[in-house]
Design a protein around this ligand. Sequence first.
Ligand SMILES: [Zn+2]
Length: 81
Amino acid sequence: MANGEGCKCFARCENDCCCDVEWRSEREIELEAKVKELENMLWQVLSTINFCSNISKDLPDSFDDQLREGIETYFKEKDNG
Ligand SMILES: [Zn+2]
């Protein structure tokens, strides 16, 4: 279900709706799932690189957090255009 299908309060948009229905389009839902999938994939690739390369012992303990923050920032900035 998408685009407010199943809304019973005759709302025209999500802000006016008091039903618990999906207001995003099929495309938005699809793209969000794809982004999640790619994020997971990227994270696995980076984790694997980090694991395989022997540099991790020279990095501070905070490296993983910094890496995660970097990735999150990247996707946030991407979302904001
Ligand atoms: Zn509604």
